[in-house]
Design a protein around this ligand. Structure first.
Ligand code: GDP
Length: 367
């Protein structure tokens, strides 16, 4: 019997090991037609999250195998979590191959930012990483903006057709973009990370362009990957990103969800002004150093979330580290997978407490 693959995630179907990927009961597998594996079926029909974590070695193996077949890489990044969607596995591929970089979720950026400004900012960031793509496309797979532009760019550079390797970490919207390009609705697009396990090849109808869609990699450093699936979803902004401005003096503290918190260390004369950008379901609470201690001890799940009841204990048990950081005017402090702080009147001197795994970096202002 020829091998059957799941039309959701592309994995080879099997009916021997229910606990392994690609499982489908034998009776179902024998039925004619297209199949989803049990995992994709559950995601599709019940919205049930079934985590699959591809190891970095497996990821590298899949990607390297396909790099031999492809002439160009199409790498998708999330403009709202740009630093969080940067991962060395993907950057390494971009250093080796010709690439078209796609920046997704433009709809979440405030209107005053023109796509060309976004493109210039991205170009500079990529150059710092030693990457010079053939072109950059700024898109929103949600409303379709710029999708045709990706297609035109591929055609421009490869008029005779091409095999394109599509790369991106989980949640950047890679599946949504692939679907848009293919004009398809059937590939699993879910809010749930890691839904493609193997590479999946698809030809864009009426063209000589084949997309080789690779699994989504779970990157290092994203705070959203340290909480449960429900909290993870809440931390990915869907419709709008919230902005809240603070003017805080020495002795004041800010707690974001119960994910991380910081104390302001500035001297008495200065009151730095900064804005916090994050998904609107992430709560924040301004307080003073004394109350902060009490708050963290008390169970204020109603006030400080994510994490939620389900993942709070586990999150609290993560090893926390302190960082003393100075953010200058015009700089932004990025919390990967959570959001960022943009300093309007600085410097902002703070001591942050966050899980050891949390990726925290300073960048030149974006907004
Ligand atoms: P993948 O894991 O990279 O394949 O990402 P998905 O295509 O499954 O999308 C991840 C999440 O981002 C889902 O909740 C999508 O609805 C959302 N998303 C994808 N593209 C966009 C976009 O252009 N704008 C917005 N606002 N959300 C998007």
């Amino acid at each position: 019997m020829s091998k059957k693959i799941c039309i959701g995630c592309g994995i080879e179907l099997q009916s021997d090991y229910p606990e392994k990927n690609g499982y489908l009961p034998a009776a179902k597998l024998e039925e004619a037609g297209e199949h989803y594996c049990q995992r994709c079926f559950k995601i599709k029909n019940y919205g049930k999250y079934m985590p699959v974590r591809l190891t970095r070695d497996d990821y590298r193996r899949v990607v390297q195998e396909e790099m031999n077949n492809a002439q160009v890489a199409i790498a998708v990044f999330d403009i709202i979590d740009f630093e969080g969607s940067f991962d060395d596995e993907i950057l390494d591929v971009l250093r080796e191959m010709d690439s078209i970089v796609v920046i997704n979720k433009l709809d979440l950026i405030p209107d005053e930012k023109h796509p060309s400004e976004v493109a210039n900012w991205v170009k500079t960031r990529l150059a710092e990483e030693g990457i010079a793509p053939l072109d950059i496309a700024i898109v929103s797979s949600k409303n379709g903006y710029g999708i045709n532009g990706i297609f035109k760019k591929i055609k421009h550079f490869y008029p005779e057709g091409v095999e394109a390797l599509v790369l991106g970490v989980t949640n950047v919207g890679k599946s949504s973009i692939v679907n848009r390009l293919l004009g398809l609705k059937k590939v699993t697009v879910s809010k749930y990370p890691g839904t493609t396990l193997k590479s999946v090849r698809n030809q864009i109808p009426h063209t000589k362009i084949t997309l080789i869609d690779t699994p989504g990699l779970i990157p290092e450093g994203r705070i959203s990957d340290l909480v449960c699936e429900n909290c993870n979803l809440k931390m990915i902004p869907a419709n709008e990103i919230s902005r809240k401005t603070f003017k805080m003096s020495k002795g004041r503290a800010l707690i974001i969800g119960e994910l991380l918190w910081f104390k302001v260390l500035n001297n008495d004369e200065t009151k730095p002004i900064f804005s916090l950008y994050a998904a609107k379901d992430v709560t924040f609470h301004e307080t003073n150093e004394e109350k902060l201690k009490e708050l963290l001890k008390a169970d204020r799940g109603d006030l400080l979330t994510p994490p939620c009841e389900e993942c709070r204990d586990r999150y609290r048990s993560l090893e926390k580290v302190k960082h003393k950081i100075t953010v200058k005017t015009g700089e932004e402090l990025v919390f990967k997978g959570l959001g960022w702080i943009s300093v309007k009147r600085g410097p902002l001197d703070i001591e942050i407490t966050a899980p050891k795994e949390a990726g925290i970096v300073i960048r030149d202002a974006f907004i």
